[in-house]
Design a binder for this molecule. Structure first.
Ligand code: CA
Length: 529
């Protein structure tokens, strides 16, 4: 029995300017429902059945009128829409994207937020000063050809060696589809190459680099990790490059020799990782990547605002928060450039989004190619509406830095960072790992079992219905906000405290518990051959 469906009608409006509200009730509301007093649209009678998360018109709209949500036009009425109607995507003409000229640059100065002090977590301090939330041996691969061998070697390391090194959390093969059969000197090839390089140096891997190479591939180990780009554990590496097992070496006779070679070479790395202990470090050492996937109309009402509140807390604590997803911020570009801390940062945002516009243009699409059938079924009519709900997870701080795809944050780059990435969940997560993320927050309304082997992923459900059905996959239920059972502030604070627990290893995420993880997917805008 669905007890929630018997609740009184509940509608939500995000901004007093909005002429639509969304229906919060599980199962939606039938035609003929009278909206009770005290709600947006009080006294209105629904003319159509309106599904959960979908919009109803709060007033009569004429053809061509702007439909306002979050106080901005998310589309224009294709026909007259009487008050009480279901405002579905077919009734909306999508607004065109804001031109990238003449934007307000660094015009809004968010008031300096009061620093939050005294918050700490237990992390693994690395030689370069960065901090890991997990203690993982990563096996870097230069090319997809070695993936099968590395997978078996990793399985053997886990079975035979990991029990001997109890302070090491996991062993992960950094497998990917790049490395050969690609135009490696094309102008954009530096993106997948530096992404892979920087993932190898993620703070959760303790500065240990072990590479497995095939031998004849285009992406040679010295090109992936040139001298000076990786931490040396002994002087030989300065001349010979990173510790590398090459499968085509004459020394290997037979498959077992390759496996043995990788397993043996893992030992010293595991020994050093195993000697590490968690120590108390300030919350400012968190590098939190936020993204959403499988979004619905509640993403921008519950989960993303709660994450935004938490992002502000993190920034006040001196931590770094990265938000991303080019196609999902494109319609909100004005809000981002105006919130940039300096005109240079604003120009960085414009540069990245202009590059991405051209990238999409090559494929003869634009940012509207982003939305999925699930987004639309969940009430998001188009990318303009999705974008407004998406950027809320960045909170309200000034944007202090911009990263291009695959770039790594420097230690002095703190605060709120726009890491320009595609919105594709796995590609965004992969690029945030390269940027140096040590903790990931992922919001979802439709539901996804998304996880990463390299970094804990805290998943936030936008609706109580999803949190109930996926009770052993969702870490946080932000749907309580729409249910009126939790304030946005309480949800943000509780997420902040959960992050410190997860970062400290005191709590595992559901994705860690079930060992659910997605593949690394490198963003390769360059040609393959
Ligand atoms: Ca995404």
């Amino acid at each position: 029995m669905n007890t929630v469906a018997s609740r009184p009608p509940l509608t939500l409006r995000m901004n007093p300017l909005d002429n639509v509200a969304i229906v919060a009730n599980d199962g939606g509301l039938p035609a003929g429902t009278v909206l009770p007093a005290g709600l947006p649209g009080a006294g209105l009678v629904l003319l159509d059945p309106v599904p959960q998360g979908h919009k109803l018109a709060l007033q009569d709209l004429a053809e061509g009128d702007a439909v306002l949500r979050y106080g901005v036009p998310i589309g224009y009425a294709r026909a007259a829409i009487p008050a009480g109607s279901w405002v579905h995507e077919r009734l909306l003409q999508m607004p065109s994207a804001r031109a990238l000229e003449g934007l307000p640059m660094a015009t809004v100065k968010p008031p300096p937020a009061e620093p939050l002090s005294g918050y700490t977590f237990e992390g693994y301090r690395n030689p370069d000063g960065s901090v890991g939330t997990r203690n993982i041996l990563a096996v870097t691969t230069t090319v997809q050809c070695v993936a099968g061998v590395v997978a078996q070697a990793v399985a053997r390391i886990k079975a035979e060696l990991l029990p001997l090194y109890p302070n090491v959390d996991d062993v992960v093969g950094l497998e990917h589809s790049y490395g050969c059969g690609v135009a490696i000197d094309a102008p954009d090839a530096h993106i997948p190459i530096r992404t892979l390089r920087h993932i190898s140096l993620n703070p959760n891997f303790g500065g240990e680099v072990l590479v497995v190479s095939l031998g004849c591939e285009k992406l040679q180990p010295a090109r992936l990790l040139p001298p000076g780009s990786f931490p040396l554990v002994d002087e030989r590496e300065a001349a010979t490059g990173p510790d590398t097992v090459c499968l085509q070496d004459d020394a290997h006779v037979g498959f077992m020799s390759m496996l043995d070679g990788i397993v043996q070479r893992a030992r010293p790395h595991l020994e050093r990782l195993n000697a590490r202990r968690r120590e108390t470090v300030p919350a400012s050492e968190l590098v939190v990547g936020v993204q959403c996937g499988g979004s619905d109309a509640f993403s921008g009402v519950t989960a993303n605002p709660a994450v935004g509140f938490c992002a502000d807390l993190l920034v006040r604590a001196g931590a770094t928060v990265m938000f991303s997803e080019n196609t999902e911020v494109r319609d909100a570009v004005e809000q981002l450039t105006s919130r940039a801390a300096t005109p240079e940062v604003a120009e960085g945002i414009v540069r990245e989004l202009a590059w991405y516009d051209r990238y999409l243009d090559r494929g003869r699409v634009d940012r509207s190619a982003n939305t999925t059938p699930g987004n639309k079924a969940g009430g998001l009519s188009n990318i303009a509406e999705k974008a407004m709900g998406s950027i809320i997870k960045s909170g309200s701080s000034a944007i202090s830095h911009v990263l291009s795809p695959g770039e790594k944050l420097r230690r002095d780059q703190r605060g709120l960072v726009y890491a320009a990435t595609p919105a594709s969940d796995f590609i965004c997560g992969t690029l945030q790992l390269a940027a140096g993320m040590n903790l990931h927050i992922f919001t979802t309304g439709r539901g996804t079992p998304y996880g990463l082997a390299e970094c804990p992923v805290v998943k936030v459900a936008t609706r109580t219905d999803l949190a109930r059905r996926w009770h052993d996959l969702m870490d946080v239920n932000a749907g309580l906000i729409a249910d009126g059972e939790m304030t946005l502030e309480d949800a943000g604070w509780s997420l902040f405290r959960l992050l410190l627990d997860v970062a400290s290893g005191r709590r595992k995420t559901w994705a860690e518990h079930w060992r659910l993880h997605n593949a690394l997917v490198l963003f390769n805008p360059a040609p393959v051959t």
